[in-house]
Design a binder for this molecule. Structure first.
Ligand code: ARG
Length: 421
C-alpha cells in the first residue's frame, strides 16, 4: 500500500477533494503537482490551494515551452486531428503532465501517482498508460474512479473539510485548456442535437469585422514567424490565437469516439492550432514530393489516433515521428492566411524549397514542358485499360454510351488469343 503519492493537481474541485480524500481514506501523504501547459491559471493560488486542502508538498512546473516544442511541434508535423477534426488539445497535454508527475514522484520519494480522471474518459487512459510505461514500479491511484461521489457530493465534501473551492453545484461545463486550445464538455452540450451555447467560448468571439491577412513563416515544418517577426512557438500560438479567434473562427462541434467505447458530443475552440495545421498542410502541398506526401497523409490519422488513445510513449508513435521529421526538412516558407468573420483561408504560399516549377506548370509562352513526350507516356499509362476495354470492357457504358443487352460485339482483330500479342 502506497505511503506517499504525487497527484496531478489542477486546482479544480475534483483534484482538490482528491487531496483530502487520499489522505483521509487511504492514509497517504499527497504531493500536489500542478503543471502549467498554458491553461492561463493563477498557479501561485493553485499551489496554495493544494496546501490548504491538505497536501504535504505543492509544486508548480512550468511546462509551456516543453509542451510547445516536444508535443505541439510533432502534432503540427502530423497535421494531427483526431477523426479528421479535433486537434488533440487534451490528448497532447496529458503525456506532458505524466512526465512531470513521474519526475516529481521520484524527487519527493513517492511510491504512487494519482490523477483525478473518471472512468468514462480518455484522460484516465492517458495517465494510466503513460505512468505505467514511464514508471512501472509506481502504484496508480484514481480516486474519482472509486469514490462514487457526484459533483454535489464533492462540493459537500469540500465544505465539510474546509477545502477552498470556487465550484458551485450548478457548474455547467467541464473545460480543459492548454496552449493548443480548449475542450468543452457537459451540460447542454450532452444533447448532440442542441446547438452549442455561446457562453463557454472564450477564445473564439467575433470582435473583428474588417478582413485582414496574417503571414505564418515556417522553417523545417516549425512555425517560427508571424508577419515577418520571429516569435518563440508558445508565444506565437498565443498571439495567433487572439488574431484568429477575434474573427470567431476555430470552433469544432463533433460527436467523437472515445477510447472507452462511448460516443461523446464535444465542442472545442482551437483557433491557433487549426490555423497552424491549415497553413502547415498547405505549405507541404508546395514542398513535399508526391509519394512522400501521399504516404504521409496515410500515417497522419494513425498518429492522431495513437496520441488520442493515450499511446504517446510508444514505439509506433516514435517511429512515425521519425518518418514525419524526415519529411519536414524542406517545409520552409510562408503561408498567407486571410481572415474574415467566421473564416480563415489560405490565400497564398511561397517557399525557397518549392517544388512548384512555373515553366512546367504554365500555359503561356514560357512553357518548358516537353509536349511531345506526353503522347507516349499517356499511351503507355493507359495501355492495360485499352486491352481490358477491347477484350472485357464495354459491358456497362455510361448514359451516353451505346448500351446493348448482350455482351459487347467482338472485334475480329482481338477475338483470337493467337493474334493478340
Ligand atoms: N474529448 C477530448 C479528449 O478526450 C477532451 C477531453 C477533455 N478533458 C476534460 N477533462 N474535460 O481528448
Amino acid at each position: 500500500m502506497a505511503k506517499r503519492v504525487a497527484l496531478a493537481y489542477s486546482g479544480g474541485l475534483d483534484t482538490s477533494v482528491a487531496v483530502k480524500w487520499l489522505g483521509e481514506e487511504l492514509g497517504v501523504e499527497v504531493v500536489a503537482v500542478a503543471v502549467d501547459v498554458g491553461q492561463g491559471d493563477d498557479f501561485e493560488a493553485i499551489r496554495r490551494r493544494a496546501l490548504d486542502a491538505g497536501a504535504v508538498e505543492s509544486v508548480v512546473v512550468d511546462a509551456r515551452r516543453e509542451m510547445a516544442e516536444d508535443f505541439v511541434v510533432p502534432a503540427i508535423f502530423a497535421n494531427a486531428r483526431y477523426e479528421g477534426r479535433y486537434p488533440l488539445v487534451s490528448a497532447l497535454s496529458r503525456p506532458v503532465i505524466v512526465r512531470h508527475l513521474v519526475a516529481q514522484a521520484r524527487l519527493h520519494g513517492a511510491d504512487a501517482v494519482a490523477h483525478g480522471s473518471t472512468g468514462k474518459g480518455n484522460d484516465q487512459v492517458r495517465f494510466d498508460v503513460g505512468a505505467r510505461t514511464l514508471a512501472p514500479d509506481l502504484e496508480i491511484l484514481a480516486p474519482a474512479r472509486t469514490w462514487g461521489l457526484t459533483r454535489a457530493d464533492c462540493i459537500d465534501y469540500a465544505a465539510r473539510h474546509s477545502i477552498p473551492v470556487e465550484a458551485t453545484k450548478e457548474k455547467l461545463y467541464s473545460i480543459d485548456e492548454n496552449l493548443w486550445g480548449r475542450a468543452i464538455e457537459c451540460g447542454v452540450i450532452e444533447n448532440p442535437w442542441a446547438g452549442p451555447p455561446d457562453e463557454p467560448f472564450t477564445l473564439t468571439r467575433a470582435t473583428q469585422s474588417k478582413p485582414r491577412e496574417v503571414v505564418i513563416g515556417f522553417e523545417g515544418g516549425v512555425p517560427v514567424m508571424l508577419d515577418g517577426r520571429r516569435v518563440a512557438l508558445a508565444e506565437l500560438i498565443g498571439e495567433l490565437s487572439s488574431v484568429v479567434g477575434a474573427y470567431g473562427w476555430g470552433r469544432v462541434d463533433m460527436v467523437e469516439n472515445r477510447r472507452v467505447g462511448i460516443k461523446s458530443r464535444e465542442v472545442y475552440e482551437c483557433p491557433a492550432s487549426l490555423a497552424l495545421i491549415l497553413a502547415h498542410a498547405d505549405l507541404e502541398g508546395l514542398t513535399l514530393e508526391r509519394d512522400v506526401s501521399h504516404e504521409k497523409a496515410r500515417l497522419e490519422p494513425r498518429w492522431a489516433e495513437l496520441v488520442y488513445d493515450g499511446l504517446w510513449f510508444s514505439p509506433l508513435r516514435e517511429a512515425i515521428d521519425a518518418f514525419f521529421s524526415t519529411t519536414q526538412r524542406h517545409v520552409t516558407g510562408d503561408v498567407r492566411l486571410v481572415l474574415a468573420p467566421g473564416s480563415c483561408i489560405v490565400a497564398g504560399r511561397r517557399s525557397p524549397m518549392s517544388l512548384y516549377d512555373h515553366g512546367l506548370a504554365t500555359y503561356d509562352a514560357s512553357d518548358t514542358f516537353e509536349h511531345k513526350d506526353a503522347e507516349g507516356f499517356s499511351r503507355i499509362w493507359g495501355l492495360g485499360l485499352v486491352t481490358w476495354a477491347a477484350r472485357q470492357g464495354g459491358g456497362s457504358p455510361g448514359p451516353a454510351g451505346t448500351a446493348t443487352d448482350g455482351p459487347p460485339a467482338r472485334s475480329p482483330e482481338v477475338s483470337g488469343d493467337e493474334e493478340s500479342k
